[in-house]
Design a protein around this ligand. Structure first.
Ligand code: CA
Length: 303
């Protein structure tokens, strides 16, 4: 069993974190994991409510009586969503799901601020802390397991794109913005890619990995204006580091199934700005933009 257990406020803060993970997963289009984690937040909150029954605070009883129906309504909604997600996540209506997440978010927020406010008495809190021990330890293990599972799914089973670092100079010095780009498929014309960058003289570095499912010869292409370099692991596949109009460059590699580190460096010096990353798989007739579901951001730091 875990040695340390958390007092009630800390437990509530963790539930808030769990909820935020659910929201993050939703924002990154991993609805299935999002539903799982949101359901977990509900289970955790139910456990906290259950534990709190033992206090003899009348104000707290009123609060719990008031919120319990909201919680069980949400539980029902998310159980249904989870059934749908298990069948096929495309059947989940985005607006419905966002509403459900919203409602859960307000309940978690409310509990995080209200419960500690009601339980101001140090004696009550001390009593709760003792009572909470075993359930909290078990809960922490469950949260840990599900979060690791979701993060694993999020970063390994389903791609979402590469991390793009956008610099407001041509030498990767002044980092302006970092974001997740599902695909590298940009034609900014004469405009700046974003408000934090100038229209000319900027550079971008994308990092992450690409998943290869079938062995074979893979052709990689870039269409760029201006300079571009593409690295797979430490092999330079494409190198056209010069100012030029939109140009197609190509590199190829025989790849076995697995995950390969991928890095694209790009700069624009003046006028038009274009950068696109394609591949052509063996037996495929056309080159296509490398899709998001085989591109993965760099793995999260290990603890
Ligand atoms: Ca240019």
């Amino acid at each position: 069993m875990l040695k340390k257990t958390a007092p009630i406020q800390q437990r509530l803060r963790r539930i808030k974190k769990t909820f935020k993970s659910a929201f993050f997963l939703y924002e990154n289009n991993d609805v299935q994991s999002s539903v799982t984690i949101a359901t977990l937040a509900i289970a955790q909150l139910s456990k906290v409510f259950e534990e709190l029954k033992s206090t003899d605070s009348a104000a707290l009883s009123r609060y719990l009586d008031d919120k319990r129906p909201v919680l069980s309504g949400l539980k029902k909604t998310f159980d249904e969503l989870r059934e749908k997600a298990e069948r096929d996540e495309d059947t989940i209506d985005e607006v419905d799901y966002e509403n459900a997440l919203d409602r859960l978010g307000s309940l978690v927020d409310n509990a995080t601020s209200e419960v500690p406010r009601i339980l101001r008495s140090p004696a009550e809190l001390k009593k709760l802390r003792v009572k909470w021990m075993s359930a909290a330890a078990a809960g922490a293990m469950v949260v840990g397991f599900f979060l690791i599972h979701a993060i694993y799914r999020h970063f390994t089973l389903k791609g979402h794109g590469l991390i793009g670092e956008y610099y407001s100079d041509m030498e990767f010095k002044n980092l302006a913005t970092t974001r997740l780009d599902p695909t590298i498929d940009f034609d900014w014309g004469l405009d700046a890619p974003m408000k934090t960058l100038p229209e000319d003289r900027f550079s971008i570095r994308w990092t992450g990995s690409i998943e290869i499912k079938n062995p074979g010869n893979y052709e990689f292409y870039t269409l760029s204006d201006d300079g571009v370099k593409v690295y797979l692991e430490d092999i330079k596949l494409i190198d056209n580091w010069s100012a030029h109009p939109a140009t197609l460059d190509k590199g190829n590699a025989f790849l076995n199934p697995g995950r390969y580190r991928l890095k694209i460096e790009y700069f624009d010096q003046a006028a038009d700005a274009v950068i696109k990353l394609y591949w052509k798989r063996e037996k495929s007739l056309y080159r296509e933009i490398i899709p998001a579901d085989v591109l993965f951001p760099p793995a999260p730091p290990k603890h």
